[in-house]
Structure formats: structure tokens, C-alpha cells
Ligand binder design. Structure first.
Ligand code: ZN
Length: 481
């Protein structure tokens, strides 16, 4: 029911989108409001775009005020909690705003497999290992973490995953102060991070964090291939196919869980390093793009019309390196740098530290010593400056560059680290006044050395060692050996 509601509301918003951008915004002439068909095609009593205060209603609010009408027309919608229906529409609104403001994809119609969650705003209670979901009743669940005293439940999301249903609870306590955020002036230490594939993270303090390659190691790849093959060999729409499909998705779910946990641990380690963390502002979706298709000019036939037979007119496909790129894409996707940076940001915010984003331009080509930029500086994992001859590991070089960029860009005054393990400089005195203690020690040392040489046993050992190399049989204890 929620999915039907979601899809219907999406269609409700798509129509004006096309009207506005293709046919002009004629809806706007009469009512002058952000258009939804509720205000133009239906436009009845509840389609009133003005709120009581005389302000324009947002599209999501118009759709929410329409909900009672939906319940009248389709009484079975009374079985759904009203806040769940409202949150369902807000979710669509979020997806819609992300498309316009954050350059995300246009919201899609949901099918059974892509519509997996719903959210409660109020009315949820938790008692021991039971949770009360309005209109569903008390449900048994595994209480993994109890809610601390003083916190109240803000919203609850029920999510279907491949191995069961999960519930996540958002809680709030207004008495708890927010975490203090460091200002740029207060930053004393900074670590630059370079994300890589050989190691997951290269830090500017010349430490690195391993890349576990959870989904791309040979063992997992083999298992995944076998499971995938089992799925594809089953008859379509059969129970057996469904079951094997479930096994496969449980398998990838386990990998995802492991990756999440590893990333949290990594994020914590990194955040503990310094006051601020500098990271590259990468566009990973650009890195995973497919290679453009290449065509063979020789076999192309100019007589064929471009259009319906576009490929034929351009000739045969040539190798474009996509098969090699695919493996790299999978490695990049497995490393999932973006979700790692998100976790680092979360952990940093929690511990009052800041994450600084840096333009990734030239970070792998610049020399950190003389700041000479040359694409020939880098050769695979090696870094060799063509200007000053500075040699380093290319990845650590990049992390130092990121750190320096952040310092320059945000105007930080970093305290240089003082090595504390160096011994204190000895005070020089012109004349060392001999104390009795000093002379006594000297004498003892002197005699100790002398006595060692005098012990005949030492000489014996010495002779024996010689004999090993010389192969001479003049050792006194030869027979006993
Ligand atoms: Zn250099």
C-alpha cells in the first residue's frame, strides 16, 4: 500500500515537471504556486495551495493534506499509521529535492525489491525485547542496544534486509549538549589522508591502513561466482531460483556488514591521530564510469543510415579497455571510500575534531619538497621529482600534499612536532672534577675488561671458532667434540 502511495505521488509530481519544462508552466497562471496536479487538475477544496497563515504550501504539504481524501476513497489505507504515510511522502520529497539541489538522479518508481522501508514519527514504545509499532502491535525483536535514560524516541525506521527485518531508532535528549566543534585557529595537529587500493588509507604520518578487499579477494570472488551460477541455472520464477537468489543476497549482505564494521574501526583509528583530518574531495562516480565504445573505421558502411543501425554504420566494436577497467571499478567499489569518509566525518564530529576537504588536483604529481608539478614525477608506486630529485612512495607523497594543501587553504598554524625521544644535550664543562664515585667506576670497568681477557676459557672459544673456518685439526678438545 505504501509503495502504491509512493508511486502515485511520484506520478503526481512528474506530470507538472514535464508541463513546466516542456510545455511551459500554465498551471502557475491561476494559482501562482509550486505546481502539483493536486492544485491544477484536481484543484478542489484540499487542493488549496494557501495555508491558514497566507503562505504558499510546499508540494509535500499539499500531498499530505490530501491524505484524508485518500483514506475516504480507499478505506483499507486506514490500516496504515498516519505518520507512516506522511513520512512516506516526505521521503519522496527528499528524493525530489536531492534531484534539483544536489544533482542526484531523478526519483524512480519503486518495485517490490526497491521499496524496503517505512518510518514512524511517533507512537513507538520499547519494552525489553518487544517493540510496539502502531497498527502492527507488539513485535518481538533482538534489542541490541538499550536506550539510555532521558532520551526519547524521535523516529523509528523498519527496514527489510536479505536476512530479516531491522529496526533503527533515532533518539534525542535535549539536555545533552552538542559536541563542540574546533575552529580552524584551534587546530594544532593535522593528518592528511590519501585513499588507495594497495592500502586503504595512506596517512601523512607515514602509517597506512590495510585494504581488506572483502568482496574482491580470490576466495570470495570464487564463492560469489559459484552462487551466481547456481542462480542463473535455475528455472525462471521458480521457488528454487528464489531460494538460491536469497542465499546469494545473504552472502553479499554478510560482506557488506563486515565492510561497515571495518570502516568504523578504521575511522576511529584515524580520528584519534590529530585535531584535524584533511581528505581529498573525490568524485567517485566519475572514476567508475565506463569507457566509451570504439568503432572500427575500416568496416564501417557509409551506405547505412545513421540512427536505427547506428552501430553497423560505424563499423565493428574494437577493444576499448573496458574489461580491464571493470576489475579496477570493482576494486574501487569494494574499497568504498565515500562511506569511509562519511564515517570519518561522523567520528570526527563526535570527538570535536574537524574534517577538511581539499581539491584533489595535482595531489599525486606535486613534489612536497620543492612544489614542482609534473605528471612524470610519478611512476606507479614510485615518486621521483624531476626537479629536485626527491624520492618517496607516491601514495605517502600524495597524503603529505593533501595535508599541506589543507594547511595553506584553511590558514592553519600547525605546531611542529618536537621529538621527545632524543636525549638531552650534555652540558659541557671544561674541567671535569673527579669525584670518588667516578674514579671508582672507571677503575672497576678497567679491571673488568682486563680480567675478561685473562680468562683462559675465552681464548679457548676463540681458537675453536677459528678452527671451524680453517678446518685445522689443532683444537685441544677435538676428540670430545
Ligand atoms: Zn622536488
Amino acid at each position: 500500500m505504501l509503495r502504491a502511495n509512493y508511486n502515485w505521488s511520484l506520478a503526481d509530481r512528474i506530470d507538472p515537471y514535464y508541463q513546466r519544462y516542456i510545455c511551459g508552466d500554465y498551471c502557475d497562471l491561476r494559482i501562482k504556486v509550486v505546481i502539483t496536479p493536486l492544485t491544477c487538475s484536481l484543484g478542489g477544496a484540499t487542493g488549496n495551495p494557501w495555508s491558514n497563515k497566507g503562505k504558499k504550501k510546499s508540494p509535500v504539504n499539499i500531498q499530505i493534506t490530501e491524505l484524508p481524501n485518500l483514506k475516504k476513497a480507499r478505506p483499507w489505507y486506514n490500516e496504515i499509521d498516519s505518520t507512516v504515510l506522511q513520512q512516506n511522502l516526505r521521503r519522496l520529497d527528499n528524493a525530489y529535492n536531492n534531484f534539483f539541489q544536489k544533482n542526484r538522479g531523478f526519483p524512480k518508481f519503486k518495485n517490490r525489491s526497491t521499496f524496503r522501508s517505512f518510518t514512524y514519527a511517533t507512537g513507538v514504545k520499547i519494552k525489553g525485547n518487544k517493540i510496539y509499532l502502531p497498527k502492527l502491535g507488539w513485535v518481538k525483536f533482538y534489542n541490541s542496544r538499550s536506550i539510555p535514560d532521558g532520551f526519547e524516541i524521535k523516529s523509528v525506521t523498519v527496514r527489510k534486509k536479505s536476512n530479516g527485518y531491522y529496526v533503527s531508532v533515532r533518539i534525542e535528549d535535549k539536555a545533552v549538549p552538542t559536541y563542540p566543534i574546533k575552529k580552524a585557529e584551534e587546530v594544532k595537529t593535522i593528518t592528511g589522508l590519501d585513499m588507495g587500493l594497495g592500502k586503504l588509507v595512506y596517512c601523512s604520518d607515514s602509517s597506512a591502513i590495510d585494504n581488506p578487499k572483502l568482496a574482491t579477494n580470490p576466495k570470495t570472488k570464487r564463492l560469489q561466482r559459484i552462487r551466481q551460477r547456481r542462480v542463473s541455472r535455475k528455472k525462471r520464477k521458480s521457488n528454487n531460483k528464489r531460494k538460491t537468489q536469497q542465499r546469494l543476497s545473504r552472502f553479499s549482505h554478510r560482506i557488506a556488514v563486515k565492510r561497515e564494521s571495518y570502516q568504523w574501526q578504521t575511522a576511529k583509528k584515524i580520528v584519534l591521530k590529530s585535531d584535524a583530518i584533511a581528505i581529498e574531495d573525490l568524485q567517485i562516480s566519475n572514476m567508475i564510469k565506463r569507457c566509451k565504445p570504439k568503432y572500427d573505421e575500416k568496416t564501417s558502411d557509409p551506405a547505412l543510415i545513421v540512427g536505427a543501425r547506428e552501430h553497423a554504420s560505424r563499423g565493428r566494436f574494437l577493444k576499448n579497455g573496458q574489461s580491464a577497467k571493470r576489475a579496477l571499478n570493482r576494486l574501487i567499489a569494494d574499497a568504498s571510500w565515500y562511506s569511509l569518509t562519511q564515517k570519518i566525518e561522523y567520528m570526527a564530529a563526535k570527538s570535536g575534531k574537524i574534517v577538511l576537504r581539499v581539491n584533489p588536483r595535482h595531489t599525486s604529481q606535486e613534489c612536497s619538497v620543492c612544489h614542482h608539478i609534473d605528471p612524470e614525477n610519478r611512476e606507479g608506486e614510485k615518486f621521483f621529482c624531476t626537479n629536485c630529485g626527491h624520492v618517496d612512495d607516491a601514495n605517502f607523497q600524495a597524503s603529505i600534499n593533501i595535508k599541506n594543501k589543507a594547511i595553506n587553504h584553511y590558514g592553519l598554524n600547525i605546531v611542529k612536532k618536537v621529538r621527545r625521544d632524543l636525549p638531552k644535550p650534555k652540558q659541557l664543562t671544561l674541567f671535569e672534577t673527579p669525584t670518588s664515585e667516578l674514579t671508582e667506576n672507571k677503575r672497576r670497568k678497567h679491571y673488568a675488561l682486563l680480567s675478561k681477557r685473562d680468562v683462559p676459557g675465552n681464548l679457548k672459544e676463540y681458537a675453536f671458532q677459528l678452527s671451524l673456518f680453517n678446518q685445522e685439526n689443532n683444537h685441544p678438545d677435538r676428540d670430545s667434540l
